[in-house]
Design a protein. Structure first.
Length: 383
């Protein structure tokens, strides 16, 4: 039986980058996933994810985004072209929304390039956007879109190419040892895998693998995403003419037509709680009609545009929206790395680096990522 330094369970963006960093630091690593990297059920799946620096006053996430964008670009430059699109990211704010002002202050403090736009500048630059109720905008010109599914697969592949191992297997809930560290984990097929450390980065499955500790602290929610077909020959909704956008007051986000997939739009409010293994992956008619009404209001040139593709995934929310990166409360060599909460994808490189640092260097844990900070009632504070 092979024995590993670290076994990472879950080959989504957090797990893949954790394995990548650990392999790079000379560890013997096994990356395990029940379905495969960025599989269709995963929160890290799908074609695209936003990478933005803006987080209001939440400076820790701005700095992690900065670090992660550098890492993504370095990785893509060496291994894969075309997995980052610098579309720019445009925040659109109402009079009551303080997030743009807070974001501007944080970006300025962190040295991030941005432009502040008033209503007249927005109307002149982006006439294709319906600006009813919008008074100001903030543009991050160097932010954009990561091609999610392909990016995660590339990171996992590179971790293996650099010496890591990978296999498809379903891991069962570890039995707590009577004393000392956990020595091994088991698969549903009866295989035992030994290691010195175990990282569970299994997203929406964390609560299912550890029901006693996380069953009431991880909230998987159903999220529906739509792609609309742009009119033939119309370039107003292509990258270069339209940036990736966020309407915080509307709880919506989207991005321009990339790689011919269509104009992407989604509502950011949390959907109903679901089981990631069994939930329906078909969008509801009610959600489709709501999205088309919304697009007709905010993007009049797309009124009546056909839906050409849909996706149902899930967020894996914590009570606050802060990440969960901490030890198991009773097994010292078992770690949780999750709680992406709908905004985590972009941070994969920084999360992996942080987890590796906690395991190998004993770096101090960030209190807001701790298990003790996670409640059983949702009060979302991070967007």
């Amino acid at each position: 039986m092979d024995r590993y330094d670290v076994v990472v369970v879950g080959a989504g963006v957090f797990g893949a980058w954790t394995a990548w960093h650990l392999v790079g630091r000379g560890q013997k690593v096994l990356l395990v996933d029940a379905y495969g990297p960025a599989n269709a059920r995963a929160s890290s799946a799908g074609e695209s994810r936003i990478i933005r620096m803006g987080y209001g006053a939440e400076e820790i996430y701005t700095r992690w985004s900065q670090r992660s964008l550098v890492r993504w670009k370095e990785f893509f430059g060496l291994k894969r072209a075309g997995l980052f699109h610098e579309t720019g990211v445009l925040w659109l704010g109402t009079k009551e929304d303080t997030r743009i002002r807070d974001t501007a202050s944080t970006l300025r403090r962190c040295g991030v390039a941005f432009e502040e736009l008033d209503r007249a500048e927005l109307e002149n630059r982006y006439p294709q956007i319906g600006l009813d109720g919008i008074v100001a905008g903030l543009l991050e010109p160097q932010s954009g879109v990561l091609m999610a599914r392909r990016a995660v697969a590339a990171v996992a592949e590179d971790a293996v190419g650099r010496g890591g191992d990978y296999r498809v297997a379903e891991i069962v809930t570890p039995r707590r040892p009577q004393s000392g560290d956990l020595m091994s984990i088991s698969t549903q097929s009866g295989e035992h895998i030994e290691a010195g450390q175990f990282v569970f980065a299994c997203g929406a499955w964390l609560g299912k693998v550890f029901p006693d500790v996380l069953g009431e602290r991880i909230f998987p929610s159903r999220q529906e995403v739509f792609f609309l077909g742009v009119p033939a020959g119309d370039t107003r909704f292509a990258s270069g003419a339209l940036p990736t956008f966020l309407f915080p007051a509307d709880e919506s986000y989207g991005m321009p037509d990339l790689e011919g997939r269509g104009f992407k739009i989604a509502l950011d409010r949390h959907g109903v709680r679901v089981d990631p293994d069994t939930q329906s992956r078909m969008v509801s008619q009610e959600a489709a009609e709501e999205v088309q009404r919304y697009v007709g209001r905010r993007f009049p040139g797309l009124r009546g545009a056909p839906i050409v593709e849909t996706r149902v995934c899930q967020y894996e929310n914590t009570s606050s929206g802060d990440f969960l990166i901490d030890r198991h409360p009773e097994m010292e060599n078992v770690w949780f790395a999750g709680g992406g909460s709908g905004h985590g994808f972009k941070h994969g490189p920084a999360v992996g680096e942080y987890v590796a640092g906690r395991i190998l260097d004993g770096i101090q844990g960030e209190p807001r990522f701790s298990l003790n900070s996670k409640d059983t009632v949702q009060r979302r504070a991070v967007y």
